[in-house]
Write a protein that binds this ligand. Sequence first.
Ligand code: ZN
Length: 534
Amino acid sequence: MKNASTRLLALLILSVFVILNFGTSQVSASNPFTDVSSSDEEIIYLWNKGLINGTSSTTFSPNSSVTREQAAILIGRILGYASTPRETDFSDVPSSRYSSGYIQTAVENGIITGYPDGTYKPKATMTRGEMAFLLSRAFNLKNTGPVFFRDVNVSTDPKSLYLAVNKIATKGISNGTGNANYSPSLKLTRRDFAVFAARGLESSFRVTFQNATIDELAATVDSLNIRTGPSSTYSTVGKINKGTVVSVYGYHGDWAYGKTGSLLGYIHSAYLNEPAPPAPAKPAYIAELVSTTDNLNIRSGPGTSHGAIGQMDAGDKIQVLSYDGSWAYGQIGTLKGYVHSAYLVNPAAQKRYIAIDPGHGGSDPGAVANGLVEKEINLDVSKRVQKLLLAKGISVYMTRTTDVYPTLSQRVTNSVNSGANAFVSIHANAYTPATSGSETFYSAALDQVATDSKQLATFIQNRLYVAMNNNNRGVKEASYQVLRTNPMPAALTELGFMTNTSDATKLASSTYRDRAASAIAEGIEDYYNWKAKN
Ligand SMILES: [Zn+2]
């Protein structure tokens, strides 16, 4: 007994020294690579631990893809496998191959598998899906959580991609590629792989997984249960009433998982429906027009043969109830009568009044990367846009001016109710580190605004990527809720990628935020100028 506990103590002391030693090597981390910046801490960390090599003594080639062989070597080194080459189970990995020892040991430990035809395909490139399997096994991850991605189907099969992805997300190794996608078929870059491996090894690199909202749905009944799991056998965490809006993160069969207020859980999707698109407040009259001239006759019938019952002066209003040819019939003060429409204009049709929607806010930070928080960038740029627009004489409704979260349907409804006649949502993007550039979206879901929406998006995009000196990712159609349910012409612009080092530097800079804001404000002005002629 004594002997055993002494040995245990010695082991404990030894591990303390090992941990301290690792700590020291991190502090004195050096970076031999000319193509790796100091913000690529994960690459520098792995290199300093002797776990990863460059592609030459001074280059790492972070944007090159990772082969299945390179992945096996890195995982083998992390797990402390012997490097000695040896016989393998695979026809295409001979014992003469440098990686053979790592590959065979990883196979024997159940960490990697080959193909049914008996090959390993060492030179094939790795996808993010394969990486999820590899890392969940290599780090022996067991914990799962409520993790949802649009492009990975929920499954309870222990061998499923879903469970592998769930485990690495729950561990804080991957947050997905943004917009609730995991992108399992996307090829991995060497930088991506280093980031994931470093997060698996070292907790300080990990991220907190956060589901993204894919739908906002409203309860269709009162006293609707929110449960801890996807079946009615799970206990209830709370109830919601008809009309309560739920931010849905994903679906497990018929059950939607999401959040409403402080409640988080599963709700049967049969009792959730898309909130009705807001109808613009409909006045009792067709249009409110204004006289352009003094002494304009109000007549008892639709023609100059009918007698005048009164007169309008320039600026007087008529609420038009109907038209008879070119004669407008309506209410003018206390009078009802006919006025020739050639002398009437519609100021509402000429007004320039835009809703600006700074994306996310409050409990929803949007994307978080490179020390930037999307909701803050969106609000700051939006406020700069507001200021520039007001200086141009364009009225602005802001869906938020502080760090709060209006729901997506509130953003649309409040904008409609404000009287604005176009809508622009401002966001910053997230994807892989290599992806960069500006892009602007519109929806063609509602016929009556599709053409105008596309024009609005195009005017903004054409100025934005130039001002940001960014890659032009173009104008694209997308089914975002603030676009597809919007009765006004609407666009959603993504300034750049927070996950790309070059874009992130611009997004952090006041100069570039001003440039983005000018581009958006000018794009909106272009749109109104075009509208005035069309
Ligand atoms: Zn966003």
